[in-house]
Ligand binder design. Structure first.
Ligand code: NAD
Ligand code: LMR
Length: 334
């Protein structure tokens, strides 16, 4: 269902049509959900987007019609169900995936694997078929497993490009910035903490020893690290069965998408993200990634760790390895 007619023109053609700076086609898969709706709202206001394509298994006509009344250049189209995924993804420059079920209190992200692994794998099939050159941004949990699943599906289809696959860990960075700024009495908008590892509990490792000008006590480091690692659980408990972080995740997803689009337009931008990496022995790891016109341009190491960070790092590696391998095994068995 199209809220305004669009053609599948080239990026240049779409730029001319939309009058926007970048004119990129960006799809959101899971667009009618708790994250999908506010994320789509934020993306509608992104001047680098010429076509915002909303895909879900329900309710996209309403969300698309609603967003299409906002006077920004992005043309909005809504597509519902597997039979419309081709139209949704055709010619996309970026596909953002927050499709799948969220946690309830008492669950780990890994408890979502059985439902979300298949959803993400099917979406990866569709991307491989309809927009094999798209940059793919995975939000669906467990990210530590759904990113390797996507890589394997794309490999099987012969279209995998590690420069274009990202696990979105920006929410961990936003939380770290907020909590660290609060502790230091600083402006959170001017705080940028590096968070490495993956996106689940102890696999999330904020590098507080690298925060400029901070002199935290060991107790403060332990408390802040724990709060950043389990910030997701804080929201799940507060929502009390009604889901997990949606609004802060929409802000995080919009920030990462915006950074990527700026980079695709030639600006120098860096973000922490869970990508294929040789920084550790694991095939995927999150550190600061420099983005360029082809996606991942350069991946930073993690620098010098404090003794406490090194202990957390050593503890995290086997857990993250098992979660990555679970994703790879799932894709191999499909
Ligand atoms: P939600 O249930 O509110 O929305 C999910 C949406 O996905 C729904 O609209 C649903 O219809 C749709 N969907 C289901 N199967 C689909 C398919 N095959 N194709 C397209 N759409 C499909 O959930 P939510 O709160 O938006 O969370 C979505 C996911 O994001 C969860 O897995 C959650 O754990 C994850 N999440 C990740 C982060 C992160 O930091 N990476 C943060 C928050 C939430
Ligand atoms: C988060 O960090 O908020 C998300 O991964 C959702 C969750 O399940 O905690």
């Amino acid at each position: 269902m199209f809220s305004r007619a669009v053609s599948t023109a080239s990026v240049a053609g779409r730029r001319a049509m939309s009058g926007s700076a970048g004119g990129f086609k960006v799809a959101v898969a899971g667009a009618a959900g708790g994250i999908g709706q506010p994320l789509s709202l934020l993306l509608k206001n992104n001047m680098n987007i010429g076509h915002l394509s909303l895909f879900d298994i329900v309710n996209t006509p309403g969300v698309a019609a609603d967003l299409s009344h906002i006077p920004t250049p992005a043309v909005v189209t809504g597509h519902t169900g597997p039979e419309e995924v081709g139209k949704a993804f055709d010619g996309c420059d970026v596909v953002v995936i927050p499709a799948g079920v969220p946690r309830k209190p008492g669950m780990t992200r890994d408890d979502l694997f059985n439902t979300n692994a298949g959803i993400v794998a099917n979406l990866a099939d569709a991307i491989a078929k309809h927009c094999p050159k798209a940059h793919v941004l995975i939000i669906s949990n467990p990210v530590n497993s759904t990113v390797p699943i996507t890589a394997e599906v794309m490999k099987k289809a012969g279209v995998y490009d590690p420069q274009r696959l990202f696990g979105v860990t920006s929410l961990d960075v936003l939380r770290a910035n907020t909590f660290v700024a609060e502790a230091l009495g600083r402006n959170p908008a001017e705080t940028d903490v590096t968070v490495i590892g993956g996106h689940a509990g102890t696999t999330i490792l904020p590098l507080l020893s690298q925060v400029e000008g901070a002199d935290f006590s060991p107790e403060q480091i332990a408390a802040l690290t724990h709060r950043i690692q389990f910030g997701g659980d804080e929201v799940v408990q507060a929502k009390d069965g009604a889901g997990s972080a949606t609004l802060s995740m929409a802000a995080a997803g919009a920030r990462f998408t915006s950074s990527l689009l700026r980079a695709l337009n030639g600006e120098a931008v860096s973000e922490c993200a869970f990508v294929q990496s040789t920084v550790t022995d694991l095939p995927f790891f999150s550190t600061r990634v420099h983005l360029g016109t082809s996606g991942v341009d350069k991946i930073d190491g993690y620098g010098t760790l404090s003794a406490a960070e090194q202990a957390n790092f050593d503890e995290m590696i086997p857990t993250l390895k098992a979660q990555i391998e679970k994703g790879i095994a799932f894709a191999a068995a499909r």
